[in-house]
Design a protein around this ligand. Structure first.
Ligand code: SF4
Length: 354
């Protein structure tokens, strides 16, 4: 038998029985929708299926196809993405949707190489969409697949895993194969205590034969994440009628959380910066005892919280415009703030003004 089929055949037979039902997956016998496949693959990066399910449903109810997403306001898309992290992905979703509409007549290109040219589609996403949406043979390696392949072959390191995955990816049913590997990694070949007794590949698995399942994938020593420090400024205005507004800004397009609505911050530095770049610098700022900590990919951010209260918009040097505006505190949940600012708002809680 073709060496590829030794893995693919039992795996696909298992998948036919046990495939997960997911809202972005095509029902058996129906053609996958490339828009839903692409969207789900982008949403699922660094996020769990349980988190993505309701977000995906809300998203496709609002933007059901690539044309509607291409026509969306970027600010609305960014706000809808809030909480999913890695905001460059949301910006690239809009850019890619517009490129599909403008350059491809509203239809996704159907090969890995052409998909790769769309904004934000890296190697993984292009391979996943090519395989799952279009049935193209593509080697799709996410964290689940990496774990399964590393164990099957006792392959150490990403190049060895990729080379091994290349040898077992079949020419037909490539999309099902990719999803079967993902499902196997999610349900059976779990990071701890894999359920080898239930595994359709158990008699082909080198790690199982050696009793070394949990030694794979081999972990590389991670560099310690540096810490950066900054200050979040909560500037609250209390109106004569008791209504409260808080100052929000739009972060610069370039850089982390670019283009997102946010509470103002000073610079993020290796040392605590103090009240640098405070809005309404002359206001009576109080630094709270609480801090907010947030982990980004490359660093951890520790943020002091500074609060000031004013009784007139004009008491500040803030010029409301497209980038800075007063926002009703009781409607803050609608602002689409990134998680770190949501944490800050929660921590400030009742220690606000009045
Ligand atoms: S036999 Fe066990 S370790 Fe090997 S692929 Fe299956 S579940 Fe994973």
């Amino acid at each position: 038998m073709d060496a590829k089929r030794l893995i693919a055949d039992p795996l696909l037979a298992w998948y036919d029985q046990h495939a997960r039902t997911l809202p972005w997956r095509a029902l058996p016998g129906t053609a996958p929708d490339p828009y839903r496949v692409w969207l789900s693959e982008v949403m699922l990066q660094q996020t769990t299926v349980a988190t993505v399910r309701p977000r995906f449903a809300a998203w496709v109810a609002r933007w059901p196809d690539v044309a509607s997403l291409a026509a969306a306001e970027e600010a609305d898309v960014m706000a809808a993405w809030a909480g999913l992290g890695y905001y460059a992905r949301a910006r690239n979703l809009v850019k890619a949707a517009r490129a599909v509409v403008a350059d491809h007549d509203g239809r996704f290109p159907d090969t890995e190489a052409t998909l790769r040219r769309l904004p934000g589609l890296g190697d993984y996403t292009a391979a996943a969409v090519a395989a799952i949406a279009f049935g193209r043979r593509a080697v799709v390696i996410d964290a689940n697949v990496e774990r399964v392949v590393a164990r099957l072959f006792r392959a150490a390191g990403k190049p060895a895993v990729r080379a091994a995955a290349e040898t077992i990816t079949p020419d037909t049913r490539a999309g099902d194969f990719a999803q079967a590997m993902m499902d196997l990694g999610s349900a059976i070949c779990t990071p701890r205590r894999p359920k080898c007794l239930l595994c359709p590949l158990a008699d082909r698995c080198a790690a199982k034969a050696a009793g070394e399942q949990e030694a794979f994938p081999v972990k590389t020593a991670k560099k310690p994440r540096p810490t950066r420090y900054g200050t979040i400024f909560w500037l609250e205005w209390i109106g004569a009628d008791g209504g409260r507004d808080v100052l929000l800004v739009r972060r610069p397009e370039k850089g982390l959380l670019g283009g997102m609505r946010a509470l103002p911050t000073g610079p993020w530095l290796a040392d605590r910066p103090g009240l640098v770049d405070a809005p309404a610098a002359a206001a009576d700022w109080t630094v709270l005892n609480d801090e907010v900590s947030h982990g980004f990919t490359h660093f951890t951010l520790e943020l002091a919280l500074a609060v000031a209260c004013v009784d007139a918009h004009s008491a500040t040097d803030v010029e409301p415009n497209g980038d800075a505006r007063w926002w009703p505190v009781d409607r803050l949940a609608e602002a689409g703030l990134p998680t770190v600012f949501g944490k800050a708002a929660e921590a400030i809680g009742r220690k606000r003004c009045g």
